[in-house]
Design a protein around this ligand. Structure first.
Ligand code: ZN
Length: 304
């Protein structure tokens, strides 16, 4: 079947995107069709800026269904871990991230976009006034237990927050879920106070890991609409007004919190080999220069 016909069913997909969502170039070409999920999807790549994006994206009804209760319970073909089950382990990573952020901003209003069940906000709460934006009512309503109405169930398009209100905004594995990251980054810029900090964690599709695995790279999944490289994400941030941009490979903190977090995976002595894997990955990630990076993990800090 010609690839376009496969993705023309409007009960599942939106219309095809004709211009690069990042640089508005018409020079886009087919990259992969991802077949390993019940619902297949196609990703294209912009020849001008290298941005990779799902095309067409799933329609809103489909996308909302990705974030219901079943999405977190593993009952779906495509699902996410329910972070509450491993929160005592994830806390090692969240604590370290907050500690690192405090080097730059140690008080003020803190917004986590894609705040899920509130794991990061629960750690930030000691130092900051915490706010969240979460698309999933299932996850977001749970986090209201600790953060009340400061959790907005919705998106960056319909939130109640005022410009220049936040000292820190975090988007941890969130930006890849957004259909229009260009306008979302501009909204973050407006929401931040002068010299406010934006933290983004996402994959670098120009990393060797993504390049070698091609369509088998695990980051290609139905909820991921936007796939960046280090290069075009920095460009997007600069064009949106951000400066003092710092990139960390694989993350801004060391190996130990990741090893501690992975303890939930260890049930027998042979499971300790996961530590070897995580350690190797961590140090392999340190191999990077210019646009080259051995792995595809990155965290970016940018200032208004
Ligand atoms: Zn482009």
């Amino acid at each position: 079947m010609p690839s376009n016909d496969r993705f023309s069913d409007r009960t599942i997909y939106n219309a095809f995107i004709l211009l690069c969502p990042l640089c508005r170039s018409k020079q886009i070409s087919k990259l992969y069709i991802i077949e390993r999920y019940k619902l297949p999807f196609k990703v294209d790549k912009c020849k001008n800026c290298g941005f990779i994006f799902m095309n067409p994206i799933f329609n809103n009804r489909m996308i909302n269904s990705f974030y219901d209760r079943d999405y977190y319970s593993g009952n779906k073909n495509y699902s996410y871990h329910d972070e509450r089950k491993i929160s005592e382990y994830s806390n090692f990573v969240w604590e370290k991230r907050i500690e690192f952020i405090k080097k730059y901003k140690d008080k003020g209003n803190f917004l986590d976009i894609g705040s899920s069940f509130g794991g990061l906000l629960d750690r930030a709460y000691k130092y900051f006034s915490t706010y969240g934006i979460e698309l999933s009512p299932y996850a977001g309503n749970y986090s209201k237990k600790n953060h009340g109405d400061r959790i907005h169930i919705g998106t960056l398009d319909d939130h109640p927050f005022k410009d220049e209100f936040f000292s820190v905004i975090t988007m941890i594995e969130l930006i890849e879920h957004l259909p229009d990251p260009l306008s979302s980054i501009k909204k973050c810029y407006n929401l931040l106070e002068k010299e406010g900090l934006l933290v983004i964690q996402t994959a670098n599709m120009e990393g060797m890991q993504a390049q070698l695995l091609k369509d088998r790279y695990a980051y290609y999944m139905p909820g991921h609409l936007s796939y960046f490289s280090k290069r075009n994400l920095i460009l997007l941030l600069e064009e949106s007004g951000f400066s003092r941009i710092k990139v960390f490979h694989p993350v801004e903190f060391g190996l130990m919190p990741k090893l501690k977090k992975s303890r939930y995976l260890i049930n027998s002595p042979s499971d300790y080999k996961i530590w070897l894997k995580i350690t190797l990955y961590h140090y392999l990630s340190k191999l990077h220069a210019g646009n080259f990076a051995a792995t595809s993990s990155m965290v970016i800090y940018a200032f208004k």
